[in-house]
Write a protein that binds this ligand. Structure first.
Ligand code: TAP
Length: 517
């Protein structure tokens, strides 16, 4: 039943603080894992109201890893109350911005020290290949915390030249202030990274937070909470309440004391969230939603690179990537050659146990998602697209799905319009030299998250970047995100940015102070 209590010591501080929790302990990936499975509220790990829990499953073998406590509306109320206290009266509200930065650096250092543990946990909970989890899921998370730790003491307002009320003089200054209690709701594809992208900017700005991670992949968020406590982040500043979207998530987006909601997930749920933010208390909201990003490959490209990165644009993180290129347009003169090469290379991908260092493709995140991918393939076939490769569940334990390639995809087809969020490449042809036509097709989507172009012609690439309706444009590269570069979509891919200096604005309000003298 209950495992031994874990005692954590406040790192580097005089005060010795003890955080006790009931750990889950596992031997996996040749290491000992120890992590919490309870809610993290006001600096303590606690059971949910009524002790309700939901199982979390390892998608590589379909086994239950552990039961995770499931936050009720009352639990969310407690977490929000703790976050409000911490914001208004706690140590967090009194320390300087530079001290805040030091705490975030300390947290990043601890994440670094525990990075193999975090990556192993991410891998077993989400199916991410371990090597990728280490580099991207965890590696980029750490970088994000460091990047925003550095911003803490550089958030500043302006002085504004206004007209004087003669004969007096006037001076206007603006101050950038934190908003208050922020709610964050995140998806399952990059659990720790999505948490970090949002929470690091949110805390750097001085807010406090209640986060609900995706119910199918909550474990790294809980391990993160332990590290946050260990780093000395004061109680109530970070609260982690796992649970379902419809109950726990909804309680956050509806809460009258939450003043800002940061969401990453599907367009469908984004609309539900925006609605509940509006009707509850008109809270500020930012939405990072779905995509069906176009990648246009012109015949004057570096062909080998276009093959390699074209594959990565779809298969990276088994396609569970919001900026995945959901539509690939290839110029007619190289179309047949391109399809043939991609099929040949895709066959070489090593699929298997995500903890195996030589594997490049792991299982899909959870069963319902795998089933959606099978339906997606069926619709593609029914609509008349040519299934060149894959499309089936693999005959082995785990939610493994074959990397899939469709050619002859036409714009009216279901698979050309809807996001798959899986390793399914959809290739279409465009007529030689038809720049305007392919741009028009690329823009004929309600989504506008990312895009890409491969060509050696600089002016063609620049014209593409100008005309394309997407928040991110990759030229002769793909998936090249960076903590300093603002990230977020247009149209029904949402609004507001993660990362870069711009993301701070999502978690700040501007106060204008006018003085007369
Ligand atoms: P969703 O189903 O939208 O879920 C996202 C989060 O919202 C989950 O935590 C979910 O809880 C919660 N949620 C569901 N219903 C809710 C409600 N009524 N009120 C409050 N919260 C609710 O998306 P997903 O399937 O996890 O993720 C896939 C989608 O995310 C894709 O469309 C993908 O493109 C998008 N995505 C976008 C980006 C960016 S940066 N634009 C990045 C990653 C993913 P549960 O855990 O209970 O479902």
């Amino acid at each position: 039943e209950f495992c031994s209590a874990v005692v954590l010591k406040h790192r580097g501080a005089n005060e010795v603080k003890q955080i006790v929790y009931r750990p889950i302990e596992l031997e996996v990936n040749k290491r000992h894992l120890k992590f919490p499975c309870q809610l993290f509220i006001d600096g303590e790990f606690v059971d949910a109201e009524g002790g309700k829990s939901i199982p979390t499953v390892n998608p590589a073998n379909e086994e239950v890893i552990c039961q995770v406590q499931f936050g009720s509306k009352n639990d969310v109320n407690k977490a929000v109350a703790a976050a409000k206290r911490a914001f208004e009266d706690g140590e967090w509200s009194k320390i300087s911005a530079r001290e805040r930065g030091n705490l975030l650096y300390r947290l990043a250092d601890l994440m670094q020290e525990h990075k193999e543990e975090l990556a192993t946990l991410e891998s077993i909970d989400s199916g991410a290949v371990y090597t990728l989890a280490l580099k991207t899921h965890v590696g980029m998370s750490i970088e994000t915390w460091r990047y925003y730790a550095g911003w803490c003491d550089k958030i500043q307002g302006t002085t504004v030249p206004i007209s004087d009320a003669r004969p007096n003089k006037n001076l206007t200054i603006t101050k950038k202030e934190p908003i208050g209690v922020c709610g964050l709701i995140t998806p399952w594809n990059y659990p720790l990274m999505m948490l970090s992208w949002k929470m690091a900017a949110c805390l750097a700005a001085g807010n406090t937070v209640v986060i609900k991670p995706a119910q199918v992949s909550p474990l790294t968020a809980l391990k993160f909470a332990e590290l946050a406590a260990l780093a000395g982040i004061p109680p109530g500043v970070i609260n982690v309440v796992p649970g379902t979207g419809s109950l726990t998530g909804n309680a956050i987006s509806n809460h009258p004391d939450v003043r800002k909601l940061g969401f990453t997930g599907s367009t469908e749920i984004g609309k539900v969230i925006m609605n509940s933010c509006a009707t509850s208390n008109l809270k500020k909201v930012s939405l990072e939603l779905g995509g069906k990003s176009p990648l246009v490959i012109f015949s004057d490209c570096d062909f080998d690179k276009a093959v390699r990165l074209g594959m990565q644009s779809v298969f990276f993180n088994k396609g569970e990537n919001c900026i995945a290129a959901g539509r690939i347009f290839v110029e007619a003169s190289i179309y047949d050659k391109y399809v043939k090469r991609v099929v040949k290379e895709t066959k070489k991908m090593k699929i298997g146990d995500p903890l195996d260092r030589s594997v490049s493709h792991g299982p899909q995140n959870h069963l319902a998602h795998l089933q959606k991918l099978l339906e997606f393939v069926q619709k593609g076939v029914e609509d008349g697209a040519k299934l060149e490769l894959g499309g089936r569940r693999m005959q082995r334990p785990g939610y493994f799905f074959e990397p899939t390639v469709f050619s002859n995809v036409e714009d009216h087809m279901y698979i050309a319009i809807e996001e798959s969020f899986g390793p399914i490449m959809c290739i279409s042809k465009f007529q030689n030299g038809d720049f305007d036509g392919v741009i028009k097709r690329a823009n004929a989507s309600e989504y506008g998250l990312a895009s890409g172009v491969f060509t050696k012609d600089l002016s063609k690439a620049m014209r593409f970047a100008e005309k394309i309706e997407a928040g991110t444009v990759f030229v002769n590269t793909y998936n090249k995100t960076d903590v300093a570069a603002p990230f977020g979509g247009f149209k029904q891919s949402g609004f507001g940015k993660d990362l870069g200096q711009e993301a701070l604005n999502e978690y700040l309000k501007t106060k204008c102070v006018t003085i007369e003298y």
